[in-house]
Write a protein that binds this ligand. Structure first.
Ligand code: ADP
Ligand code: MG
Length: 742
């Protein structure tokens, strides 16, 4: 063992500041540890053993002195490299194992490899192998917290070994174990040194020292003894050194006689099985199943997306995380790595794994998660429902006023007090405007209709068939002109006067004479002429007729009374109107009415949306609370992940993933809920508004796509906002917590 030490401490000091007083805990420790050694670090409780170990691992800041771990100086500025070493070359076992409680034995053991970016399959295979080494393979499907302490410790050893570490640090690994389990564990550690691994074990237990190569004794922060066991015989060791070493802690060496307890399927896993069973029953024949499943899938997908987006900015700041140039090459930098790894390089845990851990965490706290997600989704459902009802009722009202066609139409006519005329040339010139699709000229003349001897004053509209087709007239009988020049269409009001006995049929003849005295500065009085009734319409209260425009034109009228202009899109209406009006014409559009209605609805939507948002904010507080509480519960878990070598961006990403997942699931579920509630409301409305037998479903709600997107974005933002504080806190949790035994 003449090679370089793999752990080296030079005159290391540690001073804790406790309430402005300095407490000197480590007082000038120098120590070299070499490859293949099995070092027993002993000393009374409080002598600073754990503190020393934390400093070697870069988990506790070094007050002064030099520490090198596997050739890497341990200093705050190299924190990420030291993390990398912990992740790749170090295995750690604590007195009390700490578990990611939502993961099984196998998954916990595989976790360090997932952190290194191995794919799940490989990680699980290696974990299986490691579990086999420590004889724990048959418990792989259990949750570690359900096993006995002795078994947990063997799983912890498997986890420490899974990344094939160079050094294993064990801080009082047998502290909670009975003699049989202790012996077994120390034997396993000893065997590791035969594979050229180095083991540093902190211990209180005399029996553990049977197998070590070297005993380093720490008393009051100083090394008081450092002996190679091979230099002594066992007699000397027990008599001289061990007696001295353990003088303070005699009681602790009394052998515990408790037997290894056989783990049973714990209450907890039984509960889990029951829960799964009842959930299955619940979902099996239920609409909820489809809703939840879709919601979960979409939620997963979207939260994946959003988490990456949140992380993107953070990644571009970090890049020099690699271990060495050679490893950089090996790590095979992938320009797209940022899409899959919070660390931005492929030698890091993937978002997929983080997501899977997050979801397991969320599922592990089913009640809490469903209350939280339920709160968010109710808040969102409420908001969406109110706003969708606003949109839907507006749509309903508007569709009762005008069709989509009509919204795109502008009526244009010469202003009353101008000499302006509206001729075919004027219309053709207007049609050059690119937003204008087409125009329909109209000549309206005061006329008289005669039928069965009675004369009625009407307004006669000379129009084209196209005009009628695009006017959404309510035809109750017959049809439009169908190219027949002497057709006429009557409205119901006229029919009621001339045909009180309902004897007139489509195809019957009526007579019409133009009696225009004031219009168009021309006095025209034409003879009665016969027209064939082609259709009856319901529209307007005054008696009117429509007839083909040629009938008026042949009377010598070349100017139009008005024209209806159709534009390509509703958005063009305002511009085109301004243009037309600038030429001196007056215009009319149903949009005037519609805009009034819209402005009323806009106001009400803002109010309704505001009410909903207040609900959402309350729900968001609930979520924030859940996340914070869950973080407090998982302090040790987070500390452990960091001790294993998880980097701050990964810790942050994990918590973001959870909060964004909850937020987005709330959003997606909320949308479904609101659709469902909207459907029920519409159904109720449809029933109530049905008068004569025939049931007609009217959808009262309308959720524009932009609003759906807004809601999903909003719920992700809620997830992100509520995740900021807990993830920041998680990021800052000191890994030293992992070593503190409670
Ligand atoms: P050992 O592992 O040998 O039992 P520790 O290294 O855990 O001892 O602790 C050594 C001493 O340092 C103890 O007195 C403990 O109270 C103190 N100590 C450890 N961590 C802190 C801290 N963060 N702040 C103040 N004192 C600390
Ligand atoms: Mg300790």
């Amino acid at each position: 063992m003449l090679n370089r030490p793999i752990v080296s401490l030079k005159n290391v000091h540690k001073i804790f500041k406790v309430k402005s007083a300095d407490v000197h805990i480590i007082k000038g420790v120098s120590l070299d540890i070499f490859k293949g050694e099995f070092v027993g670090l002993v000393g009374p409780s409080g002598s600073g053993k754990s503190t020393l170990l934390n400093m070697i691992l870069g988990l506790e800041e070094i007050t002064s002195g030099e520490v090198e771990l596997l050739g890497q100086p341990v200093k705050p500025e190299f924190a990420d490299r030291v993390s990398e070493i912990r992740r790749r070359k170090i295995g750690i076992i604590y007195q009390q194992p700490i578990w990611i409680r939502s993961l099984t034995v196998l998954e916990n053991v595989a976790f360090p490899l997932l952190l290194e970016g191995f794919n799940r399959k490989v990680a699980l295979r290696e974990a299986t192998e490691a579990l086999a080494t420590t004889g724990m393979l048959k418990w792989k499907k259990y949750y570690p917290q359900d096993l006995s302490v002795g078994q947990q410790q063997r799983v912890a050893l498997a986890r420490a070994l899974v990344n094939n570490p160079d050094i294993i640090f064990a801080d009082e690994p047998t502290g909670n174990l009975d003699i049989r389990n202790s012996e077994a564990l120390v034997k396993m550690l000893h065997n590791l040194t035969k594979e050229n691994k180095t083991v540093v074990m902190i211990t209180h237990n005399l029996d553990n020292l049977d197998d070590v190569d070297r005993i380093v004794q720490l008393v009051d922060g100083q090394i008081v003894d450092d002996i190679k066991v091979s230099d002594l015989n066992v007699e000397q060791l027990t008599d001289e050194h061990l007696a001295k070493i353990f003088f303070e802690n005699e009681k602790k060496f009394k052998r515990k006689t408790e037997e290894l307890s056989i783990p049973t399927t714990s209450e907890k896993s039984k509960q889990n099985i029951n829960l799964v069973r009842s959930l299955k029953n619940f979902f099996s024949s239920n609409l909820n199943f489809i809703l939840s499943l879709t919601s979960i899938l979409m939620g997963i997908f979207l939260s994946y997306l959003f988490t990456i987006l949140v992380q993107l900015k953070l990644i571009f700041k970090k890049n020099d995380l690699s271990f060495s140039d050679e490893e950089k090459r090996l790590s095979n930098k992938n320009p797209l790595a940022f899409l899959f790894h919070p660390r931005g390089s492929i030698d890091g845990i993937t978002y997929k794994q983080l997501l899977s851990i997050s979801i397991k965490n969320l599922l592990g706290k089913k009640l809490r998660t469903s209350v939280t997600v339920g709160g968010i989704s109710l808040g969102i459902a409420f908001t969406v429902l109110l706003v969708s009802l606003g949109f839907g009722i507006e749509r309903l009202v508007i569709s009762n006023i005008a069709s989509l066609n009509q919204i795109k139409q502008i009526d244009i006519y010469p202003s009353v007090n101008t000499q302006l005329e509206l001729t075919l040339e004027d219309l053709e010139t207007l049609k050059q405007v690119e937003q204008i699709e087409t125009y329909y000229p109209i000549i309206s003349l005061a006329s008289k209709v005669r039928y069965l001897g009675s004369d009625v004053d009407v307004v006669g509209y000379g129009v084209t068939d196209e005009y009628l087709q695009n006017s959404d007239l309510n035809v109750v009988r017959g049809s439009f002109f169908k190219n027949s020049p002497n057709s006429i269409i009557l409205n119901k009001s006229l029919l009621d006067i001339i045909d009180p006995n309902n004897t007139l049929n489509i195809g019957d003849e009526v007579e019409l004479s133009v009696r225009s005295t004031a219009d168009l500065n021309t006095d025209i009085i034409s003879d009665y002429e016969k027209f064939v009734v082609s259709g009856i319409i319901l529209d307007t209260e005054n008696p009117i007729v429509y007839l083909p425009i040629e009938n008026f034109q042949k009377l010598g009228i070349s100017n139009f009374t008005e024209a209806r202009i159709s534009v390509y899109s509703e958005d063009d209406v305002e511009n085109v109107r301004t243009l037309i009006e600038s030429k001196g014409y007056a215009t009319r559009s149903v949009l005037d009415t519609i805009n009034e209605i819209r402005s009323i609805f806009n106001t009400s939507r803002i109010v309704l949306g505001g009410v909903g948002i207040v609900g959402l904010i309350i729900a968001a507080f609930g979520m924030f609370n859940t996340l914070t509480v869950s973080l407090l519960e998982r302090t040790r878990e987070v500390a452990l992940m960091k001790a294993i070598g998880m980097l701050p961006p990964e810790v942050r990403a994990l918590f973001f993933t959870e909060s964004v997942t909850m937020g987005v699931m709330g959003g997606v579920l909320g949308l479904f809920l609101s659709y469902f509630a909207g459907f029920l409301v519409s159904l109720l409305y449809s029933f109530l508004s049905t008068s004569e037998g025939s049931f007609n479903f009217t959808d009262l709600t309308y959720t524009p796509l932009f609003f759906v997107i807004l809601i999903l974005l909003g719920s992700a933002i809620i997830g992100i906002l509520t995740g900021i504080y807990p993830s920041k806190r998680a990021e800052k949790i000191s890994s030293v917590y992992a070593l503190r035994y409670e």
